[in-house]
Design a protein around this ligand. Structure first.
Ligand code: ATP
Ligand code: MG
Length: 376
C-alpha cells in the first residue's frame, strides 16, 4: 500500500494574538489534510515567545535548531510583548534568528485584493490588485558592518555599509524571474535607488539586467523606490512580481499588503527554496502572518485569523500540496465574500472588526474550516 504523505510541522504560536489565531488555522490545515489525503503532524513549542523569555531568560532553548530541523516547515504566529521585552531581544531571539540560521533568503508576500475585502485602492482602471513582493532577506542594507568614530564629539561620525554579494543578489533576482515566468502577466518590477545610491544600487540594476537576458519572456522594468511607493498607492493593479533588496523590499512588503485592505489577512513566507530535506544541515522555511502580536487587541478574541490561515495555505503550496492549497484559497475567498455580502445585508457577525464586522476569531476560522471541508 502506498504510504500516506505526512508532514511534520513546528508550531510556534508566540505571543498576543499569535496564540489566538493559531488554533483555528491548525484546524483549517487539518481539514485540508483530511480532505486531500495527507497527514499533518504538529509539534507545538511555547518558545520563540516573550512568554517563554519571561520564564526562562532566553527566547529559545539550547536545542532549538535541532528541534526545528526535525520538521518540514515552521508555522509561526507572532512574537512581541514590548511592555516586558524590548523588540530587539524578542525579534533577534526568534524570527530573525531562524531567518539567518536557516538562510531564508526570500521573503514572499502575496498582495491580492480578495473578493469581499474593501480597500480604497480597489478596482482602479477596472483591474484588481494582484501582485507579489519578493524581498532579499539576508544581506544588503541590513549588514551589521560599520560603526561610530569620534563618539560624543563634534566630529561624531556613523557609518553602516551595504553588502551585495553576487550570490546573494543573483539568487533572489533569479527566484523573482522564475516566479514572474510562472504567472500569467509575466512581469517583473525591480525596486532601485541607483540615482542616489551610486555604488551598490547600480550593481543591483546590473544583475537584474544580466539575469533578465535569460528570461526573454518576462517583461522587466525598474522604478526608484520613492516613485514606486507612490505607484503602489496610485496604481497598485499594474504590478505583478516586485523584487527589492533587504531595505527596499522591507518597505514594499509592508506597503503592499496594506494596499489590499487590512493587515489582518496578509500572509508571509520566509523561504530557503533550494534547501534539501535530506541534507544533514537542512534549512526549513517559515510561514507566518504579516501582522505582529497586536497587544492592543490581544485576549479579546477578535483578531482576524485569515493572515495565519493564508500563511498555512502558502505552507501547503511549498510542501507540494497544490490541490489542498488551491482549495484552502478558494475557501478563504468564498468565506470573505459571503461575509461581506452578509455585512451589506446588515448581518455583520462573520467578519472581524478590522473588516468592519462584529465577528470573532473563532467564528471566522470555523467558517473557513467548514468551507475547506465542503470544497468539491
Ligand atoms: P510587529 O512589530 O510585530 O510587526 P506591530 O506592533 O508593528 O507588529 P501589529 O501587532 O501587527 O503591529 O499591529 C498593528 C495594528 O494592526 C494594531 O492596531 C493591531 O490591532 C492591528 N492588527 C494586527 N493584526 C491584526 C489582526 N489579525 N486582526 C485585526 N487587527 C490586527
Ligand atoms: Mg511591534
Amino acid at each position: 500500500m502506498p504510504q500516506a504523505r505526512a508532514y511534520t510541522i513546528a508550531v510556534l504560536a508566540g505571543d498576543g494574538i499569535g496564540v489566538e489565531v493559531m488554533p483555528p488555522a491548525l484546524r483549517c490545515l487539518e481539514a485540508a489534510a483530511k480532505r486531500f489525503g495527507f497527514q499533518m503532524n504538529f509539534r507545538h513549542y511555547d518558545w520563540g515567545s516573550c512568554t517563554y523569555y519571561n520564564k526562562h531568560g532566553t527566547m529559545v532553548p539550547s536545542d532549538w535548531k535541532e528541534l526545528l530541523q526535525a520538521c518540514d516547515a515552521i508555522y509561526f504566529g507572532a512574537v512581541g510583548d514590548p511592555a516586558t521585552v524590548p523588540d530587539h531581544i524578542s525579534l533577534w531571539g526568534s524570527i530573525l534568528l531562524f531567518r539567518r540560521e536557516f538562510d531564508q533568503y526570500i521573503n514572499l508576500r502575496p498582495c491580492r485584493l480578495v473578493p469581499g475585502v474593501t480597500s480604497p485602492l480597489a478596482n482602479r482602471e477596472g483591474r484588481d490588485i494582484d501582485f507579489v513582493t519578493v524581498r532579499e532577506n539576508t544581506e544588503g542594507e541590513y549588514s551589521s558592518i560599520g560603526g561610530r568614530i569620534f563618539s560624543g564629539t563634534e566630529r561624531e561620525t556613523v557609518i553602516q555599509n551595504t553588502v551585495f554579494t553576487r550570490v546573494g543578489v543573483d539568487r533572489v533576482v533569479r527566484y523573482a524571474f522564475e516566479l514572474a515566468r510562472s504567472r500569467p502577466a509575466k512581469r517583473l518590477t525591480s525596486a532601485t535607488k541607483s540615482n542616489g545610491i551610486s555604488i551598490t544600487m547600480p550593481y543591483w540594476d546590473e544583475r537584474v539586467e544580466t539575469i533578465g537576458k535569460e528570461y526573454p519572456d518576462v517583461k522587466v522594468d525598474k522604478y526608484h523606490i520613492d516613485i514606486l511607493c507612490a505607484h503602489f498607492v496610485q496604481r497598485p493593479h499594474i504590478f505583478d512580481v516586485v523584487v527589492g533588496s533587504n531595505l527596499l523590499g522591507d518597505i514594499l512588503s509592508d506597503l503592499g499588503p496594506a494596499c489590499t485592505g487590512t493587515i489582518g489577512i496578509a500572509p508571509s513566507a520566509n523561504l530557503n527554496p533550494t534547501a534539501k530535506r535530506e541534507d544533514p544541515n537542512w534549512c526549513p522555511s517559515l510561514f507566518e502572518p504579516v501582522h505582529g502580536s497586536a497587544p492592543d487587541i490581544a485576549g479579546k478574541g477578535i483578531a482576524n485569523p485569515v493572515g495565519m490561515i493564508w500563511a498555512g495555505q502558502m505552507m501547503l503550496e511549498h510542501l507540494g500540496e497544490k490541490e489542498a492549497a488551491n482549495a484552502m484559497m478558494l475557501a478563504i475567498e468564498n468565506v470573505l465574500k459571503e461575509g461581506r455580502e452578509a455585512q451589506l445585508r446588515g448581518e455583520g457577525d462573520l467578519l472581524t472588526p478590522d473588516m468592519l464586522g462584529n465577528g470573532t476569531t473563532e467564528g471566522l476560522g470555523l467558517a473557513i474550516e467548514k468551507a475547506i471541508e465542503a470544497v468539491s
